[in-house]
Design a protein around this ligand. Structure first.
Ligand SMILES: [Mn+2]
Length: 314
């Protein structure tokens, strides 16, 4: 299928377009959502475009203000679901839309759209949007370029998880189109709050390891209180344990709402996605997550991950 052709055919056929992303949005969810929003607004000024969501704006001056959109409006719209592949994780009532397009770089888990554009070779959904727009020869504004670079910088960990030449080629084009990489770097990576700095130090000093090389920490609510950090923020700091000698996989288990355990798993090269899927989660080959019911189940996850390394070494 020629995705660019099919996607923009549907875009041209609809006057109302609603853009959805996943719950607890990260930089790529918001960057790809808002990059697409500005691209469609700039290039199809007669259409009504909505970025759907109801969260605090974590990236002021880069993305816009999200809107809660009525069901009546969604019903008449083309819904574009971006950076998420399974229905429970989509924020908003997208299922009632007239037509649905999915654009995502996570490993496939569920088909629900009229067009399912999935490409796991992309380091960020923002890069998929950028390439679609380049192929369609859309006009970029500084805003759309900045949003797409935001998504790329965050999801690729400042270009450490994804290193293809096509990625750098796309990024170079975004910078030429006005994306301010210095500003984004300063906003994203040069102003870590002190609590997080201290917490990172705690992680790096006190992590434990399994016999075959899984680095991990179980972060209880007592630890969270001590460092004045939320369970969700704590879990996303998993890469504080990246790049350690003889560690192949690193994991954080953090207590969140309803005593659930948010689990973030990262790997240097072994595909850890099947383990995340086994425990009800998902994501990418080298970066996946799940929500567990208890720290006891976390022990089972650790056993599985340790065994995975052992089998890999044999
Ligand atoms: Mn993403």
């Amino acid at each position: 299928m020629n995705y660019q052709k099919e996607i923009f055919k549907l875009v041209k056929e609809h006057n109302i377009i609603t853009i959805f992303r996943h719950l607890k949005p990260d930089g790529d969810a918001l960057g790809s959502q808002w990059g697409l929003y500005y691209l469609l607004k700039d290039n199809f000024p007669d259409k009504q475009i909505y970025a759907v969501g109801d969260t605090l704006n974590n990236f002021p001056n880069i993305i816009g203000k999200e809107e809660v959109v009525s069901d009546e409006l969604i019903k008449k719209s083309l819904a574009i679901i971006i950076d998420v592949g399974d229905t429970p994780r989509v924020e908003g009532n997208f299922k009632i839309a007239k037509k649905i397009i999915k654009i995502d770089h996570h490993i496939f888990s569920e088909a629900f759209a009229d067009i399912e554009y999935i490409d796991t070779s992309y380091g960020a959904s923002a890069l998929m949007v950028a390439d679609l727009a380049f192929k369609e020869k859309l006009r970029f504004s500084t805003k759309s370029a900045n949003c797409l670079l935001l998504g790329t910088l965050t999801d690729t960990g400042k270009f450490s998880f994804s290193l293809s030449s096509s990625l750098f080629y796309t990024v170079a084009k975004l910078i030429d189109l006005g994306a301010d990489i210095k500003y984004l770097y300063d906003q994203l990576f040069s102003a870590t709050p002190l609590e997080k700095v201290h917490f990172r130090g705690f992680l790096q000093c006190f992590f434990e390891r399994t016999p075959n090389g899984v680095a991990y920490l179980k972060i209880t609510s007592e630890i969270l209180d001590k460092y004045h950090i939320s369970g969700n923020d704590a879990a996303t700091m998993v890469n504080a344990l990246a790049g350690i000698q003889d560690i192949h996989i690193h994991v954080l288990f953090a207590q969140v709402e309803n005593n659930k355990i948010r689990t973030e798993i990262r790997s240097k090269s072994i595909n850890i996605n099947p383990i995340a899927v086994k425990y009800g989660g998902g994501g990418h080959k080298l970066a996946s997550g799940a929500l567990l019911d208890s720290f006891e189940i976390a022990d089972l996850v650790l056993e599985d991950l340790d065994l995975l390394i052992k089998e890999h070494n044999e």
